[in-house]
Ligand binder design. Structure first.
Ligand code: BGC
Length: 760
């Protein structure tokens, strides 16, 4: 997968079948549409298979579990296939010509091989599967079987299976076979969400071939069983259209379970043979619309770069439940059990920028989720003796006060609250969506600023506010005092409250009156001003390094070679809390701050800090390499930037076959998009607008990306010398900072930026 010359920059391939690798492929070839995530389980089952399908937002807490998770739906995709009585299973080298591929362009997963039975019968198999990006409830599956060298008796048993891996969350509520439609419902035991699966199964065989069909509505779920004797050279196709609905779906909230079931059957009753093609076409068109904006095109010596970037965009698209503002993106998207489907700062800092620039409405939905969580966040603040809203380190359902099962993180990773407000800030600066701010954004900003002001501690001796005893982005450093990332973002959060109160008072007095009933601005505003003035913001040292916190620089140094190579885990040798007093970072910390607040720090500070911190970073979190890549591009270290980018791309697509077992790395994929746009194209938000300063890696000849900015769609194209900025949709002149100075683009601008002589 990491070949320099990938066959097609749209296709992720698995060229041979190895039972040991099924989990990795289940994750990286995962399909979905934000509503459901469907791991690429094979139709036949293997011991290492893990759960297939998860539905966004359907959190449930299993008995004795420490936290909630997204339960695994009933088995909708496996099929037991017997060939002359021999069960299809690829474990004994009894197949040839195996290939499986995921087409990122249209979302189709295909697999084919020729199966050789013990008694010399060959059957050709071809499988196809899609999850509709157009209709969030629908997925389709097609299985072709061909008698290659002899007539063959095939028995295919397919339906809805109740057995699954993982904790059991469900109790069964309904199971029925209606002609070629089978239906099954089950309800989560703690959260009471009813899932209804409806499956239309059709079989097509050449004329005059008899199909014997049996129904089986047994304990392990409803099934249809087909028996066919297929003459040599003939092919049969089994086609399934599956619908999933729950009573958590916004459109089903007020319906009874029986109404939902009837509605779902009604949708499928018309699903005669051929519907696969129809639904797939709809979905492929929806994909085409995504790529029309989101495709970052790279002309690189290394075609893997293009594939990796498309892989990132593909997964970002299928993981985001932007159809429902009560839901957000999990750290593994919907692609696996890792982090239980919970949401972290990963969303606002790593993924949200992608959505803001390619699908602003989706970004808005992700932020509205944080608004809907305000009640729980206020409760969390209260629980810890603070005021305002303190967001959970791990967020799940909107009412959950905290979903993180580990208190040593949940109680200290306070920066999440400032990250949420940063997300609101960045969204507004890029969209100027004032309606969002008035309805949702301001409230988030005010409540979070109130939290920070109650959280700060006044240091009498130094006459300043400080923030002690936190974990910053670097999760190896516990009990940090004045973590620069946390202090600077908290400061921005408080300043935003001041700014938005000023805006409301002067430009939206009516709304301000409404807010005044909820917020005591007369009391709060002066507190914000005082806290903003006196909050300690660590400054760079004389050598140019910005200290990560008060103590990091004096921690003990150890030889990090075994840990930096990634093959040994530091925590094995230095278990908690001992690793916390070493000069070692799990992940980028100060670097992320530099990216977020571009013009707050001088280039020299970034550069000195980059060289200081990188050797102490073991990049154990997948959030790290992309941030370091962007920073090294910022400080002009193009070769490092590219090497780090390539490593980031290999987190999921590389040679480590267990890296993605529990799901893909969502934040890192957002980070890979950022590397291309913020790093190599050098696009960044400054205090007074947008800047572009391309720094392409040597391997790239050209890169081109589209971005929404202030309601207009822009396209940026750069090679090593020329930069083109074009307004694709919109008619307002755009002012943008470039290496050739601040320029106004009317429609299209072409600059010879390499000869400008300015180093931005
Ligand atoms: C990282 C966090 C991240 C979380 C979820 C952890 O390993 O240290 O920064 O939010 O994973 O991706």
């Amino acid at each position: 997968m990491n070949n320099k010359k990938t066959k097609s920059p749209w296709i992720i391939n698995e060229n041979d079948f190895d039972q040991g690798n099924v989990r990795k492929y289940e994750s990286i070839l995962c399909q979905g549409n934000g509503y459901m995530g469907v791991r690429a389980v094979t139709e036949e089952t293997y011991p290492r298979n893990t759960g297939q399908i998860r539905i966004a937002g359907t959190f449930d807490r299993a008995e004795n579990a420490a936290t909630t998770e997204l339960p695994i739906c009933a088995d909708l995709l496996t099929a037991k296939i017997e060939i002359n009585g021999e069960v299809l299973e690829l474990s004994r080298g009894n197949f040839s010509g195996y290939t499986r591929s995921l087409n990122l362009q249209n979302g189709l997963l295909e697999r084919s091989f020729r199966y050789h039975t013990a008694c010399g019968t060959d059957v050709g198999f071809r499988f196809e599967r899609f999850v509709s990006l157009y209709n969030k409830h629908v997925l389709g599956q097609r299985i072709y079987m061909r008698a290659e060298n002899k007539a063959v008796k095939l028995t295919i048993s397919t339906g809805i299976g109740v057995k699954r891996n993982g904790d059991n969350h469900f109790s069964e509520t309904f199971s029925e076979v209606f002609e070629n439609i089978i239906q099954f419902s089950e309800t989560t035991m703690q959260s009471g969400i009813e899932f209804t699966y409806t499956k239309a199964i059709n079989i097509s065989v050449p004329d005059r071939i008899e199909v014997i069909r049996k129904d089986d509505n047994s304990e392990d779920g409803p099934k249809l069983i087909y028996e066919v004797v297929l003459p040599i050279g003939c092919e049969l196709a089994v086609e399934k259209i599956i619908r999933i609905a729950t009573n958590r779906d916004l459109e089903n909230i007020n319906k009874t379970p029986a109404e939902i079931r009837e509605q779902e059957r009604g949708f499928l009753e018309a699903a005669e043979f051929g519907k696969f093609a129809y639904y797939f076409k709809e979905s492929a068109l929806a994909w085409a619309k995504v790529w029309a904006v989101s495709d970052v095109r790279i002309d690189s010596e290394n075609t893997f770069d293009q594939l990796a970037l498309r892989f990132a965009v593909y997964h970002l698209t299928i993981m985001a439940p932007v159809h429902d503002p009560r839901m957000n993106i999990g750290a593994k998207g919907l692609s696996g059990k890792g982090y239980h489907g919970h949401t972290f700062w990963d969303t606002e800092i790593y993924m949200l920028p992608y959505f803001i620039h390619t699908a602003p409405n989706s970004a808005r939905s992700l932020l509205e989720y944080r608004y809907h969580c305000l009640g729980a966040a206020r409760q969390k603040a209260k629980q810890y003796g603070y005021r305002g809203a303190m967001y959970p380190w791990e967020a799940a359902w909107i009412d959950d006060v905290e979903a993180c099962p580990d208190l040593k993180f949940a109680e200290f990773e306070h920066h999440i609250t400032a990250c949420v407000s940063y997300g609101v800030y960045y969204y507004y600066e890029m969209t100027k969506d004032i309606e969002f701010m008035l309805r949702y954004g301001c409230e988030i900003i005010f409540y979070t600023a109130i939290f920070w002001c109650s959280r700060l501690e006044f240091n009498e001796q130094k006459q300043r506010y400080e923030i002690t005893d936190v974990i910053g982005p670097d999760e190896f450093t516990h009990h940090a005092n004045n973590n620069a990332f946390t202090n600077y973002l908290a400061h921005l959060n408080i300043r935003l409250a001041i700014r938005w109160h000023d805006i409301l008072r002067t430009e939206h007095p009516h709304i301000n009156d409404i807010f005044s009933q909820r917020f005591d601005f007369m009391t709060e505003y002066p507190i914000w001003v005082e806290c903003a003035e006196k909050l300690y913001l660590p400054s760079p040292l004389a050598c140019g390094i910005l200290p990560q916190d008060d103590n990091y620089m004096s921690f003990k140094e150890i030889d990090l070679t075994p840990y930096r190579s990634g093959y040994r885990k530091l925590r094995k040798d230095y278990p908690y809390p001992s690793y916390s007093e070493l000069k070692v970072s799990k992940q980028a910390d100060v670097m992320v701050l530099f990216i977020l607040l571009e013009d707050e720090f001088a280039k020299d500070v970034k550069s000195q800090s980059f060289y200081y911190y990188e050797p102490f970073c073991v990049h154990e979190s997948s959030l790290s390499l992309c941030a370091y890549s962007i920073l090294s591009a910022d400080v002009g270290q193009d070769a490092d930037a590219y090497a780090l980018y390539e490593r980031a791309c290999r987190i999921d697509l590389g040679e480590k076959m267990d890296s993605s077992n529990d799901g893909i790395h969502a934040a890192s994929l957002g980070g890979i998009w950022q590397c291309s746009v913020f790093g190599f194209l050098g696009i960044r938000l400054l205090r007074d607008g947008l800047r572009i300063a391309p720094r392409l890696p040597l391997a790239w000849n050209e890169v081109s990306a589209k971005m929404w900015y202030l309601g207009q769609l822009l396209e940026f194209t750069a090679n090593h010398r020329m930069l083109t900025v074009e307004i694709i949709a919109g008619s307002n002149p755009l002012s943008i900072k470039t290496p050739c100075g601040v320029k106004t683009v009317d429609k299209k601008m072409i600059l010879d930026y390499k000869n400008a002589g300015t180093d931005l």
